[in-house]
Design a protein around this ligand. Structure first.
Ligand code: ASP
Length: 301
């Protein structure tokens, strides 16, 4: 079984989401989903598939990752990303980078080319330079729409009707022909966050986790709650140790543990046999799923 699922953030769906705009989001999701699936279909690994899907979403300014990232309160883009593979459970992550065009590429280099799991800020960017990754001025990431959202947030106007502003992280999970699982997540974090704030996405076990024979998970939502509930690992542990079906484990996390703490968001996950679960406790989640049984779905509500 080959399968892949992606997300482009969870939150409140605005009444102002026009048909044209919705089509743009759907096209963006479809491009990432199909590229990820094509990678699997030509024998690529789940790691390659999630990297390709997330990179595509990072390059799309509609989503809160890479270009089009949510802005910090000083008006800069500060990016977090993580990747994990399920066979040996190797992982790589970066946080608070300001110049790496594709943070997911850097996270993967951290996993494959360094002795570390998580690099932050200047040290992460020094490593990106050594690895020859594309670096860009911070202004590359900052779109007018994100500047407007920051203004709205600063002046106390709710941004929930500008979905996906503070939320809109991207992620992917996949199972390849060899039975290997992988997960990847990338984000600009929350609008108006403090400089140096790190969310759940690059924290292994919180926003991103994969273990062969169990599941792969990528989360989106209010990161502080996902860190405190160790969300992605919590789900895999429920499957592995308590024998829950993945669907039950995801539901329990979102509507139990996370809600008890006061958090909301969405999860995409794949179990060891390629079954895809996408669920959210927000009004909507940009998401897509595709597998070798013929499933191909893009949804928002
Ligand atoms: N989880 C991300 C963070 O808190 C934001 C999001 O998913 O929308 O950084």
């Amino acid at each position: 079984m080959l399968s892949i699922a992606i997300h482009g953030g969870a939150g409140a769906v605005p009444s102002t989401l026009t048909a044209e705009r919705e089509r743009q989001y759907r096209d963006g999701l479809a491009a990432a989903l199909d590229l990820g699936y094509a990678t699997l279909a030509k024998g690529g690994s789940s790691l390659d598939a999630v990297t390709a899907a997330v990179r595509t979403l990072e390059d799309n300014p509609l989503f809160n990752a890479g270009r089009g990232a949510a802005l910090t309160r000083d008006g800069a883009a500060e990016l977090d990303a993580a990747i994990m593979e399920g066979r040996q459970q190797r992982a790589g992550a970066v946080a608070a980078v300001r110049h790496v065009r594709n943070p997911i590429e850097l996270a993967r280099r951290v996993m494959e080319k360094s002795r570390h799991v998580l690099l932050v800020g200047a040290g992460a960017e020094e490593f990106a330079l050594e690895e020859g990754l594309a670096l860009v001025p911070n202004v590359y990431f900052r779109t007018e729409e994100r500047r407007n959202q920051l203004e709205a947030e600063r002046s106390g106007r709710s941004v929930s009707d500008l979905f996906p502003s503070s939320q809109g992280t991207v992620g992917a999970v996949a199972l390849d022909a060899a039975g290997d699982l992988a997960a990847a997540t990338s984000t600009g974090g929350m609008t108006n966050k403090r400089q140096g704030r790190v969310g759940d996405s690059p924290i292994i076990g919180a926003g991103t986790y994969a273990k062969n024979g169990v599941c792969a998970v990528s989360a989106t939502g209010h990161g502080e709650y996902f860190i405190r509930s160790v969300a992605a690992h919590h789900i895999c542990a429920a499957v592995e140790y308590r024998g829950l079906a993945l669907r039950e484990a995801v539901h329990e996390l979102l509507h139990g543990r996370l809600r008890e703490l006061g958090g909301s968001g969405g999860i995409i996950a794949i179990d060891r046999s390629g079954r895809i679960v996408t669920e959210f406790s927000t009004e909507g989640m940009f998401r897509g799923a595709r597998d070798s049984s013929g499933l191909r779905q893009i949804d928002i509500h």
